[in-house]
Structure formats: structure tokens, C-alpha cells
Design a protein around this ligand. Structure first.
Ligand SMILES: Nc1ncnc2c1ncn2[C@@H]1O[C@H](COP(=O)(O)OP(=O)(O)O)[C@@H](O)[C@H]1O
Ligand SMILES: [Mg+2]
Length: 256
């Protein structure tokens, strides 16, 4: 069954039609990249799937169930996770404590119980860290980690409630090119292992063309084209859309 079905969603902010009649679908275990110039409507689309924004029209179906307009927490409970930025981790806590907190939240307990969290599902937290290759750094404070490693911890935290669908809006922002590819390779491996769908936005074409199974190209709020990375790279409409934006459709590390 289709994991995520986005069916003709639209959203306007005042006079700005941020997203118009957007449709796409995503299967379990698949990585779909949403790409497009700044302001194309990628984040707005994400926020309509995650519940932070309510579409003006259209529907969002998760495994056939209508989740359109549900609150973010309700959508999260149905198995839609998202990675958050660095500020979402508690820098003074250790790596494993951060993941334990995420597990506590997944178990729907509240942070007032934090004094007890130190013992909460420590083994499960370490197992999640092992999945993102961070077990060796479990006892370090997050503040001492390299940026790419913080991103792995954030991924482990997002996995704590065992999402069916993971939303990642610009997950590799601020990372070096090699680190970006590594993070999304890891994400891809985990998505396959868990049969988890991943919807992500990304500016690095190395990541998009190397790691995405399919690519949807947004321009000015509309879906311009979708297909395999190779199909999108070869599509003259896509090349045209990227002209003059300063973004390139070539791999960054490939010499000209
Ligand atoms: N909360 C908002 N209020 C008003 N305009 C917004 C808001 N969010 C996004 N927009 C506008 O909607 C369009 C799409 O934005 P966004 O979805 O953030 O694009 P992207 O993530 O592709 O860069 C832009 O023109 C942006 O200025
Ligand atoms: Mg955005």
C-alpha cells in the first residue's frame, strides 16, 4: 500500500500561493527528494504533511487514512516523525541521555519525570545509537560532538518512536559535502531496514542524485516534474527551472 499520498494540496499566505495543487506519493522504504529553488514551496509542503500547516484544499493520506488537518502531535502519533535542528538536542546532556529523552517522549511521558529518565530504556537508546553508528560516543555531552555527529544523534532521536514516515527538511544544511552524502546514505540504509519512507529536501545534488529513489521538482508552488534522479537531470524543463537560480544540477564533486 502507498505509505503517503498527497492529493492536490494547496496553501496560500495572503496573496502568495505558496503551494498549488501539489500531488505526489511515497512508498515504504523509499527516499523521495523534494527539490526546487528557494521559495518553491518545499517547507510549506512539509508542514502540511506534518500538521504544522492546514491545507486550504486537498488531502493527505497516510497508509490510506486521511490525516489532513490533524494536529502535529496526532500526526506524530500515527507514525510521522521529523528530524529537528541542533537546538532540539540538549547540549549539556550526553548523547545517550538525549536519545533516552526522545524515548520517554515516545512513551508519552512528560519531561517532569526527567529525574527518572536517566534509567529509562537505556538499552534501547544504545541500540538506536548503534543504528546510527554513534554508540561509541554515547557518554559524551552533545556539546562536544562534531556537527555531523549531532545530526546522527538527531536521526536516532527521530527514530525513537519508530516512525513509518520520516520528514527531513534540509537535513544536511551546514554540513560539508562528504558528510551530507554520509548522513543520507545512513538514512537510506535505515529506511530500507525499517521499511520507513523518507521525504526530504536537499540542495546538494550529490545527495539528491546519489541517494534519492525518486525526485519531485517544485517551482513557484507547483510540481514541475517527478521521476528518477536521472530522468530529472535529463529533463529540459528541470534544467530550465534551475537556470539563473545559482543552483546547479551537476554533482559538486565531479570535475567539469
Ligand atoms: N508563514 C508564511 N507567511 C507568509 N508567506 C510564507 C509563509 N511561509 C512561506 N511563505 C511563502 O511561501 C512561499 C514558499 O515558501 P517555502 O515553502 O518556505 O519555500 P521553500 O521551502 O521551497 O524555500 C514563499 O514565497 C514564502 O515567502
Ligand atoms: Mg524551506
Amino acid at each position: 500500500m502507498t505509505l503517503l499520498q498527497v492529493d492536490a494540496i494547496s496553501k496560500a499566505f495572503g496573496g502568495v500561493q505558496a503551494v498549488q495543487n501539489m500531488s505526489f506519493s511515497l512508498q515504504a522504504g523509499e527516499l523521495l527528494a523534494l527539490i526546487g529553488p528557494n521559495g518553491a514551496g518545499k517547507s510549506t509542503t512539509f508542514n502540511m504533511v506534518g500538521g504544522q500547516l492546514v491545507p486550504d484544499s486537498g488531502r493527505v493520506l497516510l497508509a490510506g487514512q486521511d490525516i489532513t488537518g490533524l494536529a502535529p502531535r496526532a500526526i506524530w502519533r500515527r507514525g510521522v516523525g521529523r528530524t529537528f535542528q541542533i537546538a532540539q538536542t540538549f547540549a549539556s546532556l550526553t548523547v545517550v541521555e538525549n536519545v533516552q529523552l526522545a524515548l520517554l517522549s515516545a512513551d508519552r511521558r512528560i519531561f517532569a519525570w526527567w529525574p527518572r529518565a536517566a534509567g529509562h530504556r537505556r538499552g534501547d537508546a544504545l541500540a538506536l545509537l548503534a543504528q546510527v553508528d554513534m554508540q561509541a560516543q554515547a557518554e559524551r555531552p552533545c556539546s562536544a560532538l562534531a556537527y555531523g555527529d549531532v545530526k546522527r544523534v538527531e536521526l536516532a532521536m527521530a527514530l525513537a518512536h519508530d516512525p513509518r514516515l520520516l520528514l527531513m527538511d534540509e537535513p544536511t544544511a551546514g554540513m560539508a559535502p562528504g558528510e551530507r552524502v554520509a548522513l543520507m546514505q545512513l538514512t537510506r540504509r535505515i529506511a530500507r531496514e525499517r521499511s520507513m519512507g523518507v521525504l526530504f529536501t536537499e540542495h546538494s545534488m550529490d545527495v539528491v542524485f546519489g541517494q534519492a529513489d525518486r525526485v519531485a521538482v517544485l517551482v513557484r508552488g507547483q510540481l514541475l516534474a517527478q521521476g528518477t534522479p536521472q530522468q530529472m537531470r535529463d529533463d529540459p524543463r528541470v534544467q530550465q527551472a534551475y537556470l539563473g537560480t545559482g543552483l546547479v544540477l551537476e554533482n559538486e564533486t565531479t570535475p567539469p
